[in-house]
Ligand binder design. Structure first.
Ligand code: ADE
Length: 273
């Protein structure tokens, strides 16, 4: 996969040389190009922003440098096969970044990121490139960062670990929170390693029972417990048809019940967590 990042803070992307993404680059699985947006400015001050039309606080990133940067990045060319590049624009007003979107992006051969500073990029830049390629405006959460660079790091890491051969053990994706499958919509429960006792805290006995069925059941119950506590919205989204008898028992103990004839579960008042 090829990644291009155009930014006014190229040094912010240094972490792309480290850890999983760094190793994927070293192995040739990821071809990363970071560009300084200011190289496409032509004035003495290397200006990339200007005051907003219509007034208001802050500054808006100008069309000119972005247009030249993206034209040249695209013209440098990369054989993306049948699929061309995708433009990924991190912004708090974008669609939420989810595991599903990470999977979708991981299937594209070429991602071009345009992290913005200030109040964002002049709308016409996204409108122009949307005539040539898919443009995904993406938010990594309901908070406002000082710029999109940290979001690029987040999105890149989530996408890179899904690329074939990047994680040592392909099975590692299987139990991810938010991964599709039997545990879809459930958060992962707690994990433990040696020693079996630490500062008076013992590991759950079932994990050393050697009984795979019981271990799987315990993990699923813990996933329900954690999801009910941290993300009740995810439980409400589950399809009860995907639950077995024990799932229903566990949910009932946690204070959830099926809505009469409905597909969602809701919290029953007065039951302790
Ligand atoms: N830029 C500023 N805040 C952001 C957010 N929450 N997600 C993506 N890009 C951003």
């Amino acid at each position: 996969m090829r990644l291009d990042v155009v930014t006014i803070f190229p040094e912010y992307l240094e972490p792309l040389n480290v850890s999983l993404v760094g190793k994927a680059r070293a192995r040739g699985q990821l071809d990363v190009h970071v560009h300084d947006l200011r190289q496409w400015t032509h004035d003495r001050h290397n200006t990339v922003d200007d005051t907003p039309y219509g007034g208001g606080p802050g500054m808006v990133m100008k069309t000119g440098p972005w247009g030249e940067a993206l034209d040249q990045t695209l013209a440098d060319g990369y054989d993306a096969g049948a699929h061309g590049p995708v433009l990924v624009v991190p912004t708090p007003s974008g669609r939420p970044f989810t595991q599903e979107l990470a999977v979708e992006l991981s299937e594209r051969p070429w991602l071009i990121f345009t992290p913005a500073r200030y109040e964002g990029i002049d709308r016409r830049v996204m409108d122009e490139y949307a005539t040539r390629m898919p443009v995904y405006e993406v938010s990594i959460g309901d908070y406002v960062l000082a710029g999109g660079e940290a979001a690029v790091l987040v999105i890149t890491e989530a996408v890179a670990r899904l690329l074939p051969g990047v994680l040592g053990n392909a099975e590692s994706h299987r139990d991810d929170s938010f991964a599709p499958g039997a545990m879809a919509n459930l958060l992962e429960g707690p994990v433990y390693t040696k020693p079996p006792e630490w500062r008076g805290h013992a590991i759950p006995d079932v994990l050393v029972s050697g009984h795979h069925g019981k271990i799987a059941r315990w993990r699923r119950d813990e996933a329900f417990r954690r999801t009910a506590a941290h993300r009740p919205d995810l439980i409400e989204r589950c399809d009860p048809a995907a639950f077995d008898k024990k799932d229903r028992e566990t949910l009932s103990i946690l204070g959830w019940a099926p809505e009469p004839g409905g597909r969602f579960w809701r919290r029953v008042e007065g039951v302790e967590e």
